[in-house]
Ligand binder design. Sequence first.
Ligand SMILES: [Zn+2]
Length: 243
Amino acid sequence: MNESKIMPLNYRAIRQKSQQFFGYEVLRSSRKTLALYISHRRILVRCPHRATRKEVQDFVNGNQKWIQIRLQEESIKEKESLKIEKGGKIFYRARELTIEYKEGRKQRILINGDRFIIQGHKLNAAKAKVQVEDYLIDKASEYIIPRARGLARYLGVDRRIREIKLRKTKSKWGHCTAAGVIQYNWLIMLAPYSIIDYMIAHEICHLVRMDHSTKYWDMVESICPNYRYYIDWLKEHEHRFWF
Ligand SMILES: [Zn+2]
């Protein structure tokens, strides 16, 4: 049967309207499949050496919807990222507070209702940022270090701790090495205490088991029964903590 395709006269125009084109980069390697990565508005296609230009383009076209959604999500996250400035919003202990400046010789942070008050002398954005950093580092050393040591003692692994460091790292909340050096990101002090406690438990349990095996997670669960919920919560909100 000879069936001819019926095309609307303005086919070209429709096609152009329905297709959005994204600029993307291509990285070829010895891999076998194509995959898309989006980060900071940069779209990257990883593909095998032998993939043709058309195959790559078709792959991108076929994933347009997903790319659009991801780019939208990124721009929302970007808008929600923390900016320490007068009148700005800070997501503190799972509540959105408004940042206020208060003139005063004594430097301190006060939380009053839905206000996050930064008190200092002749404050500006740079000074306010340093003050919030100092505040969180102080809180982290007061709260995280004794609790981490206490939990390690309880589990009988306190002697395995060589050092507990507090450091703002790019993307990690915590880290534990085989040599017993534990690191926590002090930005976690912006999160609710249950989340902080989960992070503490996560790294201390690595002193017992250095992997993420079922046995490891069973141990985390015995200390922190809701840990799965906390992991999800962090994934959803952590972009609001970095500044
Ligand atoms: Zn881990």
